[in-house]
Design a protein around this ligand. Sequence first.
Ligand code: DC
Length: 226
Amino acid sequence: MLDPKAIITIDGPSGAGKSTISRGLAAKLHFTYLDTGAMYRAVGLALAQQGVDLADTPALTQCLAKIELTLVPNGDDDVRVLLGGEDISQAIRTPEMGMVASRVSANPLVREKLTALQRQLGEAGGIVAEGRDMGTVVFPKAACKFFLNASAEERARRRQAQLAEKGQTVDYQEILDQISKRDYDDSRRALAPLKPAPDVILVDSSSMGPEAVIDYMLASIAKSAR
Ligand code: DC
């Protein structure tokens, strides 16, 4: 039986389907979904709004100390992100904010702040935590760790379809270039780079639908809990 206080981690590059899978898995397990990418996006937005330069350590420290970030469950498998009480859930979900988040996420002060907050949010357990360093850095003792990947082309195609659903038209090549650049930056940075933990279960979703991936993960979790 899976401990109801267990932590499940899902790491992987952008566009591999982590959000859909993590939300779905959390709903099936009756766990809380922790979207750590949203937290980096929120900090990116806060710094941009306040015109704080990452190189200006005193201003950055001050701004980070004042940031009030809240994740509010919204229905079974969704969360709203509040920055100082303002709902920024939509504002952070743009490809541009993804690039901004990637840039701020390489900063040690930003990582220190969010790692502490993520551990605090995970303290009670019963969570599915999605990000880049969940299994390697934030929750190294997680009960079950996954690394979800898919080819860059497939990820770009999915992202384009997602944006089209929201009425945003973005060029395929532009998305592919952004995804490749983010992969490169996220996996080569010095701090908490995107890489599979040694005890991770690798899942390639290139030719698997979300339901199949979730079923596979549920089976792996059941096996590891035996
Ligand atoms: O998962 P996402 O696309 O919302 O993440 C946005 C950026 O945040 C991503 O490019 C890298 C960074 N990130 C991180 O460094 N560590 C995490 N745990 C989650 C996201």
